[in-house]
Design a protein around this ligand. Sequence first.
Ligand code: MEV
Length: 317
Amino acid sequence: MPAISCSAPGKVILCGEHAVVYQQPAIALPVFEGSTKCSIVAKPTAPHDETIIVAPNIALKCYLKCLVEKHPIQVAINLVLQKLNIDHLPVCEIRIQSTLPTAAGLGSSASTSVALIRALSTFLGHPFTDDEVNQLAFEIEKIHHGTPSGIDNTVITYAKALFYLKGQPSEFLLPGKQVTLVIADTGIKGSTSKAVSDVRQGFQENKEVFSALFNQIGQLVESAKKSFINGDLISLGKSLSENHQLLQNLGVSCNQLDTLVEEALSKGALGAKLSGGGQGGNMIALVNSDQAEPMASALLFKGAVNTLITHIPAKGQ
Ligand code: MEV
């Protein structure tokens, strides 16, 4: 029997992370240079309880029955079965492979959920719509990240640049000019749930200061949206760099992120900031496309452990 395979990209937050949890807008972009693939193949001759899960990136290889009840993969499978009113999964091997680093701000958890939910619903003969995939992937994000805004699962499900405001219909964006980003990994694992919970603690202890920071970030995102649509990369870059300073004030940057951001700006990036939960993980530098390769080299030289270059093509390209 042929395997069913479905893939999902990674993502970066262009601007607005953390504030987006507090009812401010944010912009996220899909990243196709890293992705997750889920393949499922039926094992009709295997004993009924010997469905196997293989996920080398998270060092997982076991029977499904051995996963704890709250494991995100177990929960994802149960949610798909429940939605389809199916009591048990036909015996199969589920293989999940990702080129996205974990705990790095590139959406590896949402990418895994989206690829798995898509592949499983297809394997069971009822491929879900994007809306259905997104809704279930959001449930899994809650297990990973506690109180997520929903931006990661949404940008990864629809795989389009997204202006996102919690509770509002998603608005897809096309840039007026090609947007090129160099994404550089500090190599430090940054847990999104910890970063989100640290910001929540800060907010609870100092509501006025944090609310003001969230509002400022929200205003920057509105202005970044205009620059993105109009292809004004200089002004977009300024918004990104200002956003980084506000994220520093929220307490989610770290020395390595700041060093890479400073290096990018000193080498002529139009703007640079941390991306995602922070406290490690990746930063992004907005560059002209001919600057991308030298910028990636400079960031590697300055300590980044990996870089990716991604382009969002302009409207009509
Ligand atoms: C993580 O990619 C973005 C955060 O704002 C968390 C969230 O929105 O769920 C840090």
